[in-house]
Design a protein around this ligand. Structure first.
Ligand code: CA
Ligand code: CA
Length: 232
């Protein structure tokens, strides 16, 4: 695959995004993707490097924290952990590719993000998946539901458990705020946040959230999906 996108591909992707993105935007994402994954297959290691290099994840979380601060705080305890800290976007490590990256993708909390992008769950992010993810997150399209559900379903069993939710919040807390998630108070707040969320979504009171139930809840309360997006 070359660095530039063919006419046929642009048409195909335009069709796929139902004209919600302009050709320029598609080309922009394509260039960005191919720079990170020149073969067209973004592995977990390439994904980690992409996230580190662009700093998108951190930037987004920092922006959210700032917005919240401007609004005069949030009732949720979780967000008191979200520091608005500026940091360079580069990563200091560059060699020692795959192994180290694969190891730390879990430890650094990239894995839930990876699951969000990797819609078919085959362990590789394709450009189509990359595009769908950005479309979903930017425009709150119906795909956002799938992106968020997959991202939170850590063990991939098709349900969200308290443990799944706790892991995702823990990972993003560690990554975003550099908090010591072993700290008892930090753990307590994360657990509280996870319990509150599952209490809201688990309408059958089974201790796990069914996908169709979550769909019903977020249709009625779109702000819950927004909140889960922010917790990712
Ligand atoms: Ca995939
Ligand atoms: Ca699960």
């Amino acid at each position: 695959m070359g660095a530039s996108i063919s006419r046929a591909q642009v048409e195909e992707y335009k069709e796929m995004v139902k004209d919600r993105l302009s050709e320029d935007a598609i080309e922009y994402f394509y260039t960005k993707f191919m720079r990170a994954a020149p073969t067209g297959m973004m592995t977990p290691a390439l994904f980690k490097k992409y996230i580190d290099d662009t700093g998108v994840y951190k930037d987004r979380q920092v922006q959210l924290a700032l917005q919240r601060k401007e609004r005069g705080g949030n009732s949720s305890n979780f967000f008191k952990f979200t520091k608005s800290k500026e940091e360079g976007s580069g990563s200091d490590s560059s060699e020692d590719e795959e192994d180290a990256a694969l190891q730390s993708i879990g430890g650094d909390g990239y894995l839930h993000l990876f699951r969000g992008y990797d819609i078919d769950g085959d362990g590789i992010i394709t450009f189509k998946e990359f595009l769908i993810y950005h479309l979903a997150v930017l425009y709150n399209t119906e795909e956002l539901f799938t992106v968020i559900f997959n991202s939170f379903d850590e063990d991939g069993d098709g349900y969200l458990s308290l443990g799944d939710i706790q892991s995702v919040i823990t990972a993003s807390t560690r990554y975003v705020g550099d908090y010591d998630v072993r700290d008892r108070e930090v753990r307590r707040v994360i657990l509280e946040e996870a319990r509150r969320l599952i209490g809201f979504l688990d309408i059958r009171k089974e201790g796990k959230v069914h996908m169709e139930d979550m769909r019903l809840v977020v249709q009625r309360y779109p702000q819950v999906l927004e909140k889960m997006k922010n917790l990712m």
